[in-house]
Design a binder for this molecule. Structure first.
Ligand code: PEP
Ligand code: MN
Length: 244
């Protein structure tokens, strides 16, 4: 039996300029399968940086052409889907704050229906595997064929070394209930820092997960969102070497 390839998705949490996006992509395109970038950020605090918004889509189109990379972005509203589809983006992920809400998922499904796109569904914030499965089923019911799940960890009720604790047994449960689904691990949002990244990434791959989504930024300390957990291109290269 041939082992299915483990995919690497990497890119910034968000960017504030085209140059920042370009400098990140230029240094990592050789090592990754898909480039990720947050466009509209769902922030907890209303004063936090909300991403560069619509103009980021044009920047992502240029990066995609220049480096021949598929692009994945987060969508949380039907208007996000409409803008992205107009600009030929074909991979969308549903963030943890959105997965939990069937109203939003239904609206996004309506906007996406009939398009040949790929959807990745992150686990909901809280450890409710049925909410995760419910969101996946909604996309499957409207005819989306390319669906992946993403394990990004769950809210901590108690003090934890993780920003969002991994719950591997829920990943196993999801796999039992939907055996054919590919599950990607997002160690960046699990760890919330860079020093635990390697051990969580290793664990995910050793447990048979289908790939990793790793937040990578050309200058992590200058990033306006998730600065603490992003690695730089050299660190990404090293991590991939150590894990695969
Ligand atoms: C992200 O991927 O940048 C993000 C906001 O993720 P999550 O929905 O897992 O918090
Ligand atoms: Mn992030």
């Amino acid at each position: 039996m041939t082992r299915k390839k483990k995919i690497i998705i990497a890119g910034p949490c968000s960017v504030k300029s085209e140059l920042e996006l370009y400098n990140t992509a230029r240094q990592i395109y050789n090592y990754i399968d898909i480039f990720r970038c947050g466009v509209w950020k769902a922030r907890t605090n209303p004063k936090s940086y909300k991403g560069s918004g619509n103009k980021t889509i044009g920047w992502l189109n240029s990066v995609s052409k220049e480096f021949n990379l598929p692009i994945a972005i987060e969508v949380g509203l039907p208007s996000h889907i409409e803008i992205a589809l107009k600009h030929n983006i074909k991979i969308f992920w549903i963030g943890a704050r959105t997965t939990v809400n069937p109203f939003y998922i239904n609206e996004i499904c309506q906007a996406i229906k009939g398009s040949n796109v790929e959807i990745w569904i992150k686990n909901p914030i809280h450890a409710d595997v049925n909410a995760w499965i419910g969101a996946i089923e909604r996309f499957s019911q409207i005819g989306i064929k390319k669906i992946k799940a993403i394990h990004r960890g769950f809210f901590n009720f108690y003090e934890s070394k993780y920003r969002n604790s991994p719950k591997w047994h829920l990943v196993d449960e999801l796999k039992i209930k939907i055996p054919n689904i590919d599950i990607i691990c997002d160690p960046s949002h699990i760890c919330g820092n860079t020093f635990l990244l390697k051990s969580v990434s290793k664990k995910a791959i050793n447990r048979g997960m289908n790939g990793l989504m790793i937040e990578t930024h050309c200058q992590p300390n200058k990033a306006l969102s998730d600065a603490n957990q992003q690695i730089n291109p050299q660190e990404l290269k090293k991590l991939i070497k150590e894990i695969y």
